[in-house]
Design a protein. Structure first.
Ligand code: FAD
Length: 302
């Protein structure tokens, strides 16, 4: 069996595996897609100590560092089940079962897509998902935020300080964000809120140049010219495969304590799949390190 088996090969999983392997213990990583969401990122400017990098480049250097430590890397393998017997068992899609004394779950998350024409086409060409990451790219420009929940309204408030104008589009007749956020939003001079509207299409040529939406009560289609659209309709953790083994929140996020431990002894979790706030590369790497040290601490006590 492994001492530490990491499920997920994004920044959280890679960091966890490196921290574990540096303790001289038997470490493996199972990853469906090594590098995770970082593969899909164009420019990264908030990974401290690296002024600018690009997703695939950062993934390559993470992988190079992982390889230094003799970690068993099992790529393009999906975990489908977790069980606890004498060891913790991870079943893979191909039927194989891996055994380990501890497991660190770092299966990440994915942004929910609107699913309208133009969204995929203009991803990284005006369509963005992370205001902390990409907000500054739209300084002085006009943008829209799709989604009027807490994350959408927070994004709009954040962006309003950077861009020229923000339009918020909410499908429901009312915003769903907390009242205090709505008050703050409505106090801003460069924000327009459209409620009861359905996003129809993201338009453009080589890059995004506008958004079309349907006014749901009149059925009328309208179009706004702008340079950026931030999609904020939810971040979905990749945790369905855990069913009811590990405790998760209503949103599906794995509940962890300050040591990265879950409710199951020996099972830890890190990164975007957990209930820790703010989903960023640097944060997920930090939580991966925490979970690995938590797992090591568990191993020397049991
Ligand atoms: P992920 O990166 O999601 O990795 C999850 C890993 O688990 C992957 O290897 C995946 O294949 C694997 N996996 C999932 N399910 C299974 C399974 N069942 N079995 C086996 N493996 C599985 N953050 C920043 O700090 N700066 C930025 O500029 C930035 N830009 C971004 C741009 C985009 C377009 C996106 C989508 C995100 C961006 N982020 C950025 C956020 C950042 O990428 C994430 O916070 C970070 O990647 C989370 O790391 P993670 O390891 O927790 O999860």
């Amino acid at each position: 069996p492994y001492d530490v088996l990491v499920v997920g090969g994004g920044p959280a999983g890679a960091s966890a595996a490196i921290y574990a392997a540096r303790k001289g213990i038997r470490t493996g990583i199972v990853a469906d897609r090594f590098g995770g969401q970082v593969n899909d990122t164009l420019g990264i400017e908030n990974f401290i100590s690296v002024k600018y990098t690009e997703g695939p480049k950062l993934v390559a250097s993470i992988e190079e560092q992982v390889k230094e430590y003799g970690i068993d890397v099992m790529k393009t393998q999906r975990a489908t089940r977790l069980d606890k017997n004498d060891f913790i068992e991870i079943e893979l899609e191909n039927g194989a079962v891996l055994k380990s004394k501890t497991v660190i779950i770092s299966t990440g998350a994915r942004w929910r897509n609107i699913g309208v024409p133009g969204e995929t086409e203009f991803k990284n060409k005006g369509v963005a998902y992370c205001p902390h990451c990409d907000g500054p790219l739209f300084a002085g420009k006009d943008v829209a935020v799709v989604g009027g929940g807490n994350s959408g309204v927070e994004a709009a408030i954040d962006l309003a300080g950077i861009v020229r104008h923000v339009t918020v589009l909410e499908f429901a007749p009312e915003l769903k964000a907390d009242a205090v956020l709505q008050d703050r939003l409505y106090s801003l001079p460069n924000v327009t809120v459209l409620k009861n509207v359905q996003t129809k299409e993201l338009t453009g040529t080589d890059k995004l140049n506008g958004i079309s939406y349907i006014e749901r009560d009149s059925g009328e289609v309208k179009h706004i010219e702008l340079q950026g659209v931030f999609v904020q309709i939810g971040l979905v953790p990749n945790t369905d495969w855990l069913a009811d083994t590990v405790e998760r929140t209503r949103m599906g996020e794995i509940v962890v304590n300050s040591h990265g431990a879950t409710n199951i002894p020996g099972v830890f979790a890190a990164g975007d799949c957990t209930n820790s706030p703010y989903k960023q590369i640097i944060i997920s790497m930090g939580s991966g390190a925490t979970a690995a040290l938590g797992a090591f601490d568990y191993l020397i006590r049991n």
